[in-house]
Design a binder for this molecule. Structure first.
Ligand SMILES: [Cu+2]
Length: 399
């Protein structure tokens, strides 16, 4: 299965304020499908990012995504989101990148850098055994000049697997997470990228030579993964003029001191009997609303992982600030997907802005999502002013 016969599908590029129109023709030969714009802050209703749409076999559906003027710039992606066969379709190759150009392209120290998209898919089972693809090919070469700083955008478009990224002899300077710029670059030597997540990084090429971009061995039990090669950075040619790492990327709205209108506790569970994958004890039901939220409100969610596996938590439409992981405060950063460690917990804060309607939050391991680890939130445009809830914050405001 694929979009237009291509793996990955065409990269869609747009700017804030533009409208993206996509006609989806279902030629899958018997399966229902639909289209989700992962990470875009667009309406979840009608013919926008509405995962409750069913596009039946041999039918077409005209999507229209109105991208707000103030949309963040970065890497997003599209993929099918029909409950029950998301995994089969995404694992088969149905996924593509969406790049929103804008502010990030203008930041001093980033503007003008050579840009690369690394769209990661796999595993596929080909003639050579298991294949992990980067932009549709196995182990491509990435050309760099000695000392050259490049800007890479990397997406994990796998249905189920993680990447623990490492480039031999090099560090990564992370500048964005899930299309959300970080205030300042963060240096790491490895990056754990769960299904659905994206990361924007700056990399400075070392001396001439070849350097392997790998996914290192990761995980335990059912999630244990071996190391594998993704690509090779080939550094050669005239050394590049040295460039400075930007001291700052772009500011974000820090919700640390925000007034919290509502607090919720969410748990992800794996059970030994049916239903096997649940959120707050229940398997997904598209006709049930699990959380009702006031439009414009700011909420704090405590999300617990009651299982021994990792689960990448994802919510549609509104990105969230990751406040704490296992009780440890996090520097200001926004995500649309973040991994829940086994038996661990995260605290997020999010604002339900601009769009009323129903959408979902779920585990982005599609083998879990398709078997029930998903729930529905409905944002309602109520008349009454939301009343801030009493009680102490789960996250203490500083000082
Ligand atoms: Cu999961």
């Amino acid at each position: 299965v694929s979009y237009e016969g291509m793996v990955p599908g065409l990269t869609l590029r747009a700017r804030p304020g533009e409208t993206l129109r996509v006609r989806l023709d279902n030629g899958l030969g018997g399966q229902i499908t639909n289209l989700h714009t992962h990470g875009l802050h667009v309406s979840p209703s009608g013919n926008s990012d509405n995962v409750f749409v069913h596009v039946e076999p041999d039918e077409s559906f005209q999507y229209e995504f109105v991208i707000p003027e103030n949309h963040t710039s970065g890497l997003y992606w599209y993929h099918p989101h029909h409950h029950g066969n998301s995994m089969q379709q995404v694992a088969g190759g149905m996924a593509g990148a969406i790049i929103i150009d804008g502010e990030l392209n203008e930041v001093a120290g980033i503007a003008g850098l050579r840009e690369r998209l690394l769209f990661l898919q796999g595993p596929f089972f080909g003639d050579d055994g298991i294949e992990y693809l980067v932009n549709g090919v196995q182990t491509p070469a990435i050309a760099m000049r000695p000392g050259e700083r490049q800007c890479w955008r990397i997406a994990n478009a796998n249905a189920n697997g993680y990447y623990l990224l490492s480039l031999s002899g090099h560090d990564f300077d992370i500048i964005s997470l899930d299309g959300n710029p970080l205030p300042v670059p963060r240096r790491e030597d490895t990056i754990l990228l769960g299904p659905g997540e994206r990361v924007g990084i700056l990399v400075v090429a070392s001396d001439a030579g070849q350097y392997q971009l790998r996914s290192l061995a990761w995980g335990d039990g059912a999630q244990q993964q071996d190391e594998f090669l993704l690509a090779t950075a080939v550094v050669m040619g005239e050394p590049a003029a040295s460039s400075l790492l930007p001291a700052a990327v772009l500011p974000l709205e820090d919700l640390t001191g925000a007034v919290i209108d509502q607090r919720r506790s969410i748990s992800f569970e794996i059970n030994s009997t049916d239903p096997y994958y649940t959120v707050n004890g229940q398997a997904f039901d598209p006709d049930r609303v699990d959380q009702v939220v006031q439009l414009g409100s700011t909420e704090e969610w405590l999300i617990r992982n009651e299982s021994d596996e990792w689960h990448p938590f994802h919510i549609h439409v509104n990105d969230f600030q990751l406040m704490a992981v296992n009780g440890e405060r996090q520097p200001p950063q926004y995500h649309d997907t973040v991994s829940l460690p086994p038996r661990g917990e995260i605290i997020i804060r999010l604002r339900f802005l601009d769009f009323a309607g129903k959408f979902v939050y779920h585990c982005h391991i599609l083998a879990h999502e398709d078997f029930g680890m998903m729930a529905v939130v409905e944002v309602v445009d109520g008349d009454e002013a939301a009343t801030p809830v009493a009680g102490s914050s789960l996250v203490e405001a500083p000082g």
